[in-house]
Design a protein around this ligand. Structure first.
Ligand SMILES: Cc1ncc(COP(=O)(O)O)c(C=O)c1O
Length: 461
């Protein structure tokens, strides 16, 4: 427990949080001088690494000019430049950008924008947003309603909007019990069925993470899945919102996660890596037609936040993107990601490592009681927290999660180190995990005898 004399309302009131003193490269140092490898970039946030001087210099330069001008009164040079840069990085045609302070706020902005677009083009009955189970879109009530994670939703259910959810593309635990090579895209088909049940005339948008992050530990969909999703959205006049809060800005080795499948969404929501954690900022990048419908219609988006289009945050994010591009860090994320995923394969030797998957420097490890049946551990055991806590003690930060298997059961670790990580540092990271798994295994009940490690990457792509 933290010092009862301090005044912080902690996230977990029974946990001890060390005090972060400084960051450098892939490392965080606490005030006791202990060094941690930031193996998860916080929560898939830090791309360019900690303590980059160019960013703090850009921060200072902008702060000396102006830190705040309200978006109902001004725009600013860094806001204009950052929007232009994002329009360049996004697929062609997505070229208008709205800035916010964080992922949840940006998700809700995208949902409202979709709704207003439908009204402006004469389809006022379209308002529903379909999302997926085993997904995360944020913790504010609207974004949480769209999220498909039972543990995060349960307490707040009475406050939430009743929005439709479909099954995820989760090949390791296919909801239809199929294998990728034999399926007929039941997971994509679930979207079409749900649109038809709800009534296509009532559906405004579909939202999904290209690669599911926090709720299941990096679910890479089979190649072809998002092409099908795009076709279904087009067939029923439904907008497709890509939640790239984790997968955007090079995390998966491409500018945006959907780029792997050359699928163009109608809106992209980016956050986290957009500033690599140097400032709170998020963006909704929108297709020109959506912007035009509002421009030629009522002329004003009925929305806004105090820190929308904030000049200081935009200057910082701009410096981060310039650094990312100057040092070719997105290609590096792809290249080092391959080495990372290859190196992680050695962990299959542990009895409880069920699946290792990823793209770029975005990887997940699913922990199971029985490799053959994929039976998850009893959530009371809190295996994911046990592993993460021990790794933390050993100086490795990971991002644990649970509930991926059925909303309640399932344990995984999410790994998302900064793109500057070297092969040697990856070896160290994996060695700490290896040692952690060995020690945790001694403490937990053994499942049935494990299958031989498959050593295969999951997913069809
Ligand atoms: C995919 C995804 N969407 C939205 C969010 C919410 O972002 P924020 O925590 O900045 O509100 C997150 C946060 O983890 C996320 O992973």
């Amino acid at each position: 427990m933290n010092k009862s004399t301090d005044h912080i309302f902690y996230r977990n009131l029974r946990k001890f949080y060390p005090t972060a003193a400084r960051g450098e490269g892939i490392y965080i140092f606490d005030t006791e001088g202990k060094k941690y490898i930031d193996g998860s970039g916080g929560a898939a946030v830090v791309g360019i690494g900690h303590g980059v001087k160019e960013i703090t210099e850009a921060m200072l330069r902008q702060a000396e000019k102006i830190s705040f001008a309200h978006s109902s009164q001004f725009t600013s040079p860094p806001t204009l430049e950052l929007a232009a840069k994002l329009a360049q990085l996004a697929p062609e045609g997505l070229d208008k950008v709205y800035f916010l302070s964080g992922g949840s706020e940006a998700i809700e902005t995208a949902v409202k924008m979709a709704r207003q677009y439908q009204v402006e083009r004469g389809k006022p009955e379209k308002y529903k947003v379909i999302s997926r189970w085993t997904s995360y879109h944020g913790n504010t009530l609207g974004a949480l309603s769209l999220s498909g994670h039972t543990g995060r939703r349960r307490l707040y259910l009475p406050l939430m909007l009743p929005t439709p959810h479909i099954q995820p593309a989760y090949c390791y635990r296919c909801p239809w019990g199929l294998v990728p090579e034999k399926c007929a895209w039941e997971c994509a088909g679930d979207l079409e069925k749900t649109i038809l049940y709800e009534g296509p005339d009532s559906v405004s948008a579909f939202i999904a993470e290209p690669i599911v992050g926090a709720t299941a530990g990096v679910l890479v969909p089979p190649g072809g899945y998002f092409q099908k999703i795009r076709e279904i959205c087009d067939r029923h006049d439904v907008l497709f919102i890509s939640d790239e809060v984790m997968t955007g800005m090079g995390r998966t080795g491409r500018n945006f996660g959907l780029d792997h499948w050359r699928v163009k969404p109608d809106m992209i929501v980016a956050a986290k890596g957009l500033s690599s954690g140097y400032t709170p900022i998020a963006a909704v990048i929108v297709r020109e037609e959506i912007h035009r419908a509002i421009q030629e219609g009522s002329g004003a988006f009925v929305h806004g936040h105090t820190y929308s289009q904030n000049p200081l945050s935009c200057a910082i994010a701009l410096a981060v993107i310039e650094h990312l591009l100057k040092h070719d860090l997105i290609s590096r994320s792809a290249k080092m990601g391959e080495y990372f995923l290859r190196t992680l394969q050695s962990l299959y030797r542990h009895d409880f490592v069920g699946d290792i998957r990823g793209k770029g420097l975005f990887a997940g490890i699913e922990l199971v009681k029985n490799k053959k049946t994929k039976e998850p551990y009893d959530p009371q055991l809190r295996l994911n927290a046990k592993v993460a806590n021990l790794a933390f003690e050993k100086g490795l930060i990971t991002y644990p999660g649970g509930g991926g298997a059925d909303g309640i059961k399932g344990d995984h670790l999410l790994l998302a180190p900064p793109f500057i990580i070297t092969e040697e540092q990856i070896d160290q990271l994996v060695a700490i995990l290896d040692q952690t798994f060995t020690e945790v295994a001694k403490e937990i009940p053994r499942g049935l005898s494990p299958e031989a490690p498959s050593g295969k990457l999951s997913g069809r792509c």
